[in-house]
Design a protein around this ligand. Structure first.
Ligand code: HXC
Length: 270
């Protein structure tokens, strides 16, 4: 018996040099359930994680952009219809949290291109990305309290680290949404742009990152993320180790020699 085909939940555009790909070395993942504001049901999460892991292992890809289909949302959160009758047992069996853990472990940088709503799990997904390009109509928030629960994929931790306790408490305890302008002023957003410029700006930012030496990019991502987890002393130690390690790479020799010789570097990714 053949397995029924999984329903389509995301689009993946692989990087291709030249005009066929979105941008050289940049992959684009589009959450594709616009009829429910790209709500993240378990099949969407499964397909998203599968795509991210594939791209993480693909040398042709050096940066990933995630966006939402349609005009209205990046993602309006976990799928409430699917979740409504869940029990601790059913959630544990699906192993929802393992999927989020996989996203956290992706080594290549991820850019979120956020138009419209990024709520609940959608806000948590944007915050799990490394860079956030937001449209001026983007709306961030953790409204789970209004559903009788709390954020479950990092919202209480990442929002608090991004905004500080006072603001995070307000948003999480009242479910108030954070408009894009305020999100940018408070450091949740890398770049605020006009709505129609969101995806091009995210792809452009991803292309800038993808043009950097890949090993150093991964080491930098890892080190910055450690700043949220380690003491300053342990974080500085971690940074130093990665710094030293990069002196064993061909790209370090190439980058510094190119500077001295006043020419553009040619990166090899090793
Ligand atoms: C399932 C959703 C959805 C969601 C929207 N829809 N959000 N379906 N899960 N999270 C569906 C609606 O049911 C509706 O379907 C369609 O999308 C359009 O949405 P409307 O509500 O009609 O649009 P509007 O009135 O403009 O309101 C937009 C909105 C609202 C403010 C974003 O949809 C909303 O509040 N959504 C829920 C946001 C939320 O609470 N997110 C947190 C979820 S919990 P129909 O079929 O009626 O047209 C969570 C926990 C994460 O994320 C934990 C991870 C481990």
């Amino acid at each position: 018996m053949t397995e029924p085909e999984a329903p389509h939940r995301i689009c993946v555009e692989l990087p291709a040099p030249g005009p066929d790909g979105p941008v050289e070395a940049v992959a684009l993942i589009t959450l594709d359930r616009p009829e429910v504001l790209n709500a993240l049901d378990s099949e969407t999460m499964r397909q998203l994680v599968e795509a991210l892991e594939r791209l993480d292992a693909d040398d042709a890809c050096r940066c990933i952009v995630i966006t939402g289909a349609g005009e209205r949302a990046f993602a309006a959160g976990a799928d409430i219809r699917e979740m409504a009758e869940a029990t601790p047992v059913s959630l544990t069996r699906v192993n929802t949290f393992a999927r989020w853990e996989h996203i956290r472990r992706v080594r290549k940088p991820i850019v979120a291109a956020v138009r419209g709503y990024a709520l609940g799990g959608g806000c948590e997904l944007a915050m799990a990305c490394d860079l956030v390009v937001a449209a001026d109509d983007a709306v961030f928030g953790q409204p789970e309290i209004k559903l009788g629960v709390i954020p479950g994929a990092g919202g209480t931790q990442r929002l608090t680290r991004a905004l500080g306790k006072a603001k995070a408490m307000e948003l999480i305890l009242t479910g108030r949404n954070l408009p894009a302008k305020e999100a940018e002023a408070r450091g949740l957003v890398t770049k605020l742009v006009a709505r129609e410029a969101t995806l091009p700006a995210a792809l452009e930012l991803a292309a800038q990152v993808a043009a950097m030496p890949a090993l150093a990019v991964m080491a930098a991502k890892e080190a910055v993320n450690r700043a949220f987890e380690l003491s300053l002393e342990a974080g500085l130690e971690f940074e130093r180790r990665n710094f030293l390690l990069l002196f064993g790479s061909e790209d370090q020799k190439e980058g510094m020699r190119a500077f001295v010789e006043k020419r553009a570097p040619g990166w090899k990714g090793r």
